[in-house]
Design a binder for this molecule. Structure first.
Ligand code: ADP
Ligand code: MG
Length: 262
């Protein structure tokens, strides 16, 4: 399943005394099967707008989004979204939260619990099936959100700064877990972050966006997640000289773009 964003632009119309906002200009991006594409860029450069286009929450002002050569016309079960603020139902337990998407689709209880339990295991949540989600830590809640997104077996997983609210240690552990889940489920992923280190560690492809209007200013293929999945520890990967060199290169690009915009 290939996702193909062709010459997509988004202008938010003017409203209540506010001028129109050109949020994205002429975005070209292809996400192939099994790709892990990371979008990096300053706040306001249009990352969430791009994700919302792919999700089908928003239509491009011009250009088009194709999924397997068919035009995306709205949300669909082939694409699932994980937000930074998980949208869990606090009064339900872990299993019912994970199974919620299937419930909405009318999947019978026994079947949806079987599927939910599979992803509960995959996300390391075994033993917490019956705990209400409000009792869990932020990192565990985010894992519940990811498990829920996976239950409907989407082709593409869309993640908008999913780890942004976590403390540093929990965040690193969650990065590793997401990479293992990605490998295990062979999904395509579109992942937004503003951490350069996270972007380099997670992605197979990096797009660096520049602000006002949002454009893809740079693209890089990345080897680092394969090293982790091949057996190196995350610390070894992130401490390698070529990782550090790449991190400095991307940081200098972002700082240069910032100064240009200021
Ligand atoms: P990012 O996720 O990179 O921070 P966004 O995609 O949220 O950026 O926003 C890109 C630009 O579009 C920003 O300038 C933002 O203020 C503007 N914007 C986002 N959503 C709307 C909207 N619904 N109406 C008008 N402007 C918007
Ligand atoms: Mg955003």
């Amino acid at each position: 399943m290939a996702l193909d964003i062709k010459n997509a632009s988004v202008v938010y119309p003017s409203g209540s005394g506010r001028p129109p906002v050109e949020a994205l200009r002429q975005i070209e991006l292809k996400i192939n099967d099994g790709d892990f594409v990371v979008a990096l860029g300053a706040s306001g450069c249009g990352k969430s707008t791009l994700l919302n286009l792919i999700a089908g929450f928003l239509s491009p002002t011009s250009g088009e989004i194709l999924l397997d050569q068919r035009r995306v016309a709205g949300p669909g079960a082939d694409r699932a979204v994980v937000f930074q603020k998980h949208a869990l139902l606090p009064w339900l337990n872990v299993r019912d939260n994970v199974a919620f998407g299937l419930k909405i689709r009318g999947t019978p209880r026994e079947e949806r619990y079987a599927v939910a339990d599979k992803y509960i295991s995959l996300l390391g949540l075994r033993g917490f099936e019956d705990s209400p989600v409000y009792m869990l830590s932020g990192g565990m809640q985010q894992r519940v959100g990811i498990a829920r997104a996976l239950t409907c077996d989407p082709k593409v997983l869309l993640m908008d700064e999913p780890l942004g609210a976590l403390d540093a240690l929990t965040r690193e552990k969650a990065q590793e877990l997401i990479l293992r889940v990605w490998k295990e489920t062979s999904k395509s992923v579109f992942f937004i972050t503003h951490s350069v280190e996270e972007a380099l560690f997670m992605g197979t492809q990096l797009v660096v966006m520049s602000p006002r209007p949002g454009r893809i200013a740079h693209r890089f293929d990345l080897p680092f997640s394969q090293r982790f999945l091949g057996g190196m520890t995350a610390r070894q990967v992130k401490a390698a000289p070529d990782f550090i060199a790449m991190r400095e290169k991307v940081l200098s690009i972002i700082f240069a773009d910032e100064e240009e915009a200021a």
